[in-house]
Design a protein around this ligand. Structure first.
Ligand SMILES: [Ca+2]
Ligand SMILES: [Ca+2]
Length: 268
């Protein structure tokens, strides 16, 4: 299988800045808002947080590059679900199903949305609505802030939104607050019961780059971002990522994982 590096660029943020040349005019920026949901949840609950777009210009949005930061002492993000406005039926890099790439790391979710059709805005984001949903778990009680912020990569200087003419503009960011409630009743902790964390994380599962016990699109985006950002995965993640077992983690491994996730091959 061929893996097109230029195409990979489109989904992996390193190229966004050069792809969408910066232009001084910011007229469209005033209107666009990226916001995190505010809600109340119960203690220890599993919950979701919608990340939404508003004020999307009629010409559309060609690219988005930002991060979501959250309070790791009060909540954990376990996954990301693609939202309706992200699904534009754009032409995809082989093996990819979406323009959306995300990476959960150290209290931040990096988000990149980039079209493969820079000269045709019919496949750009055209409507307001939910871009993605964070799947979360509450820890403790209190108010957990969910902030929309600039990308976490070294080359990211702001929240970039590319619009018509591929101008890069800075949108308005609105943080959300998750109020995590107090327990209805207190239970005495059972000293014989230790909470288990990541029971599968130290077991080799080929293709499971983020070590969550399953092989899916998140592993593809995790590995793609790691390769393009030149930040190698380490430890069990590196063992899991080297699916062709040649001793290094490379684009060939990414290509195989993509084939597996897109069901071109049935085992790794
Ligand atoms: Ca995984
Ligand atoms: Ca390899």
């Amino acid at each position: 299988m061929k893996f097109n590096k230029a195409a990979a660029c489109l989904i992996a943020t390193a190229c966004t800045a050069s792809l969408f040349s910066t232009v001084a005019s910011v007229s469209a920026a005033d209107a666009i808002t990226i916001s995190a949901e505010t809600k109340a949840v119960e203690k220890d609950a599993e919950f979701t947080v919608d990340i939404s777009l508003a004020g999307v210009p009629s010409s559309g949005i060609a690219g988005l590059d930002f991060a979501i930061k959250y309070d790791t002492s009060l909540m954990e993000v376990t996954g990301v679900t693609e939202g309706a406005v992200s699904k534009t039926n754009d032409k995809q890099v082989e093996g990819f199903s979406s323009n959306l790439a995300t990476n959960i790391n150290n209290g931040a979710v990096s988000v990149l949305w980039a079209t493969g059709s820079v000269s045709d805005n019919s496949k750009w984001i055209k409507s307001d609505g939910v871009l993605l949903t964070l799947n979360c778990k509450a820890k403790g009680t209190g108010d957990a802030k969910v902030e929309i912020t600039k990308g976490v990569r070294k080359d990211a200087t702001g929240i970039d939104v590319a619009v018509e003419g591929l101008e890069v503009v800075n949108p308005t960011a609105k943080a959300g607050t998750i109020s995590i409630g107090k327990p209805v009743e207190t239970t005495t902790p059972d000293p014989t019961q230790n909470p288990t964390t990541n029971p599968t994380s130290d077991k080799t599962l080929l293709g499971d780059v983020d070590c969550d016990g399953k092989v899916d699109i998140t592993d593809i985006t995790t590995l793609a971002i790691s390769l393009v950002d030149k930040k190698p995965v380490t430890g069990q993640a590196a063992i899991n990522a080297d699916v062709d077992k040649d001793g290094s983690v490379a684009l060939t491994d990414l290509a195989r994982i993509k084939q597996f996730v897109s069901k071109v091959i049935d085992k790794l």
